[in-house]
Design a protein around this ligand. Structure first.
Ligand code: GDP
Length: 300
């Protein structure tokens, strides 16, 4: 992840640190390189532009150049800007509502939505460090894709998490209602609703999702997007965000994403925090997304 960005920024930083004094022209030249590095990592153009403008302003505005270690300070300015671009503070799941807390999972087909539903359910039911274990129920509302409901049931068995019994012929909103009732009656802490995906964003998908969100009033609506699709992932997020009040993003396939453009632009473009990163096919391959740690990894 982020290998080439990491290399490029490392090179710029080494050159900055290696010089005693810096002129405004040196800073501008370095920032041009930073901008190219961001664009090569597939960061959205307006995001890269704003990043560089702000960092340049700080670097030449605040007596940085007259300080004893100008190179170090410029490096710090760029590092801080990177953390800010990634979303500053880590954003956890907010399940502090009267149980059952409902987590609604949305996204396009193939994004990794069902796998991610199971990954989050597994993590919640195990509890962080074995503490605060949640009793989790999962329900698939996907009545379009053959076997979608069975797929979730199979994953549930693998991770020892309950799934809502399948009733053939029921529509998504009715399944959601039945799941909510079952969760309430059987004392579940968390109910995860895995909604249907489509190959493209379309109005039918959006309408179905909005109807389910209205009925379920979820504590979290998480959009699952494939990081390998780069700026498309960011556009998809923007589309979904315009239709339902997303509370966060899960970026899947980060294990295969060398460039990291979706992760880098997501927060700045959509305003939504990345909450988790999927890092493999296994059901424990899910990481909480910590912006400072990710920035730390990029900066080596
Ligand atoms: P859905 O159609 O969105 O529900 O997608 P699925 O959950 O069925 O996932 C599609 C494929 O992507 C499956 O083969 C998953 O194992 C795989 N997958 C999901 N998340 C990740 C991830 O973070 N990394 C990798 N490498 N594969 C993933």
């Amino acid at each position: 992840m982020f290998e080439s960005l990491s290399d490029r920024l490392g090179g710029v930083f080494d050159r900055l640190r290696g010089r005693g004094a810096l002129t405004e022209a040196d800073v501008r030249a370095a920032m041009r390189e930073v901008r190219v590095a961001l664009l090569e990592a597939d960061v959205a153009l307006p995001v890269a532009r704003e990043f560089v403008e702000k960092a340049t302003e700080k670097a030449i505005g605040q007596n940085v150049l007259r300080s004893v270690t100008p190179g170090q300070q410029v490096v710090k300015i760029v590092s801080d800007a990177l953390v800010e671009m990634l979303g500053a503070d880590a954003s956890e799941l907010d399940l502090g509502v009267t149980p059952p807390a409902i987590i609604m999972m949305v996204g396009l087909q193939g994004s990794g939505k069902t796998t991610t539903t199971a990954k989050i359910a597994k993590r919640l039911s195990a509890g962080p460090g074995g503490r605060d274990r949640k009793k989790v129920l999962m329900a698939s509302l996907d009545v379009n894709r053959p076997n979608a409901q069975e797929q979730l049931a199979t994953l549930g068995t693998q991770i020892s998490v309950a799934t809502l019994p399948i009733v053939a012929g029921q529509q998504p909103v009715d399944i959601a209602r039945r799941a909510m009732q079952a969760a309430k009656l059987q004392g579940f802490d968390v109910l995860m609703l895995d909604t249907a995906g489509r190959l493209h964003v379309d109005q039918a998908l959006m309408d179905e999702m909005k109807a389910v969100a209205d009925v379920a009033n979820p504590a979290e609506i998480l959009l699952v997007v494939d990081s390998l699709t780069g700026q498309d992932a960011v556009n998809v997020a923007q589309n979904f965000s315009d239709q339902v009040p997303l509370t966060g993003i899960v970026l899947t396939r980060m294990d295969g994403d060398a460039r990291g453009g979706a992760a880098l632009s997501m927060r700045a473009v959509t305003g939504k925090p990345i909450k988790f990163a999927g890092t493999g096919e296994k059901l424990d391959a899910l990481e909480t997304f910590h912006p400072e740690r990710v920035a730390g990894r990029i900066l080596g």
